[in-house]
Write a protein that binds this ligand. Structure first.
Ligand code: NDP
Ligand code: 2IT
Length: 451
């Protein structure tokens, strides 16, 4: 049994249903870093792996609020403060009915390595609630956010823990959370990122994750000697913050994004999706994608339940490059098979861990350029870190300045990942490259800081 397999056995006892995704994220990292652990005994000596997979603390709290019909509602709130070796805890908040401790541990664990890859001084965390924002009025969202912050404010601070957005949490929710934080503490701190620009947000934070995903892909394709994205058919899943800004940047560089999806269905528009309409449906009116075909009858709407259970319609559309930008495990082995058969050359993960382990294995064995989430979607948290810098200095950077810094950061991450893979004998494997490079940066800090 190899060292990595022994480590996996050791952690398997935590593999209950709720922890499945956490275990999946951890297993990938443990396999990737095996060559590093074997070549340098210092990481075993300092028990880095044992220490890294246990969060510093998990805060769990009750959130009581009242809906528009005077019903008293109860939800659970969490903040998983995972690791602050490289900087204060940093990571998003997710509001979705599926949220539990296991999901947030998976996201927090990924965030540690992602944040390390940016080269910026930020640790890893994640939080959220099982609150479902769908169908709630603005007032209900506001009341929930205020109740959530009533408890969360005790554990966060601009040098301690700085939450941001994720699924179900955008500028509107961050605004309400910030308003309540200010009311409780009387402090105008840069305690959240992704704030609206008018009260301390950074220009380009809304666009950052999606734009960064495309900058990363451009660099990867160039480094791997593949044709650029211009003029190429691209498929994108999701219809939220990450998906819409990935589509926007693809369009800006002359690529043709032909799809998007939400939890109910997929849109395929062979002429290229109408981004203005998508923004209207998803960001302004917050309705189902089904309405897209009312304005564009040539497009196809494929309801999720009408598609075979083991595959997803969006990955059966022939493309040059694919961008899963919705949620974890949305691209399975069958989908990977469809993509490969249809001639796909490159897959970039905009969402966190959207591809299953089987799908990743299939991509790697077919020499698909595969960009893992923790490297490719780090643009969002990188610009969050730029927002923290602007808040600390009470300054504002221009759109062009942030965009240039974001592009440079994504190019640097891509190069560091590729170089690390080469150094450890797995050239072209960006999964191992990202895991080793991220782990090494955190591990070296942990060793230097003592136990
Ligand atoms: P949003 O809430 O803005 O959008 C999520 C989108 O994904 C929605 O359109 C939602 O559809 C769709 N979706 C959810 N579940 C499914 C599903 N099972 N199948 C198809 N579509 C689905 O979230 P974000 O865009 O912010 O986040 C998307 C992903 O990107 C997540 O994995 C997140 O962790 C990751 N991420 C986000 C960053 C950010 O800065 N926001 C940074 C880095 C990563 P519906 O509207 O029907 O629910
Ligand atoms: O997964 C992620 O990187 C995010 N949701 C963004 C985190 C952040 O702090 O901006």
């Amino acid at each position: 049994m190899s060292r990595a397999e022994m480590d996996i056995k050791k952690f398997e006892r935590g593999n209950c249903d709720e922890n499945k995704v956490f275990y999946q994220a951890m297993e990938e990292v443990i396999y990737s870093i095996a060559p590093l652990l074997e070549s340098d005994p210092i990481y075993a000596k300092y028990a880095i792996l044992d220490r890294l997979v246990v969060p510093d603390r998990v805060i769990k709290f009750k959130v009581t609020w009242m809906d528009d019909h005077q019903n008293i509602m109860v939800n659970t709130g969490f903040r998983v403060q995972f690791n602050n070796s490289l900087g204060p805890y940093k990571g998003g908040l997710r509001f979705h009915p599926s949220v539990n401790e296991g999901i947030l541990k998976f996201l927090g664990f990924e965030q540690i390595l992602k944040n390390a890859l940016t080269g910026l001084p930020i640790g890893g965390a994640k939080g959220g609630s099982d609150f479902d924002p769908k169908g709630k009025s603005d007032f209900e969202i506001m009341k929930f956010c205020a109740a959530f912050m009533t408890e969360l404010h005790k554990y966060i601070g601009p040098r301690m823990d700085i939450p941001a957005g994720d699924i179900g949490v955008g500028a509107r929710e961050i605004g309400y959370l910030f308003g309540e934080y200010k009311k409780i503490t009387s402090k105008y701190d840069g305690v959240l990122t992704g704030k609206p620009f008018m009260f301390g947000g950074s220009l380009m934070r809304p666009e950052a994750t999606g734009y960064g995903v495309v900058y990363f892909t451009q660099t990867m394709l160039e480094m791997e000697g593949k044709e650029p994205l211009t003029g190429k058919i691209c498929t994108v899943s999701g219809a939220g913050n990450v998906a819409l800004h990935t589509i926007e940047k693809l369009q800006q560089i002359g690529a043709i994004a032909v799809s998007c999806s939400d939890s109910q269905g997929t849109i395929y528009d062979g002429r290229g999706v109408d981004l203005a309409l998508l923004k209207e449906l998803k960001l302004v009116r917050r309705v189902s994608l089904e309405e897209y075909v009312q304005k564009h009858p040539q497009a196809k709407y494929i309801p999720t339940q009408e598609y075979p259970k083991d595959a997803h319609a969006v990955w059966d559309i022939p493309c040059y490059a694919a961008f899963p930008c919705a949620t974890q495990n949305e691209l399975c082995e069958e989908d990977a098979h469809n993509l490969v058969t249809n001639g796909c050359v490159s897959v970039t993960e905009g969402a966190n861990m959207p591809s299953t382990p089987d799908a990743i294995e299939l991509f790697l064995s077919h020499q698909i350029c595969f960009a893992p989430a923790k490297a490719a979607n780090a643009g969002g948290v990188a610009v969050s870190s730029f927002e923290m810098s602007q808040n600390a200095a009470m300054s504002k950077w221009s759109f062009e300045e942030v965009d240039a810094k974001l592009k440079e950061t994504m190019q640097q991450i891509c190069k560091r990942v590729a170089l690390t893979a080469k150094d450890y004998g797995v050239e072209g494997n960006y999964v191992d490259g990202a895991n080793i490079a991220g782990f090494k940066r955190v591990a070296d800090a942990m060793i230097a800081e003592g136990i």
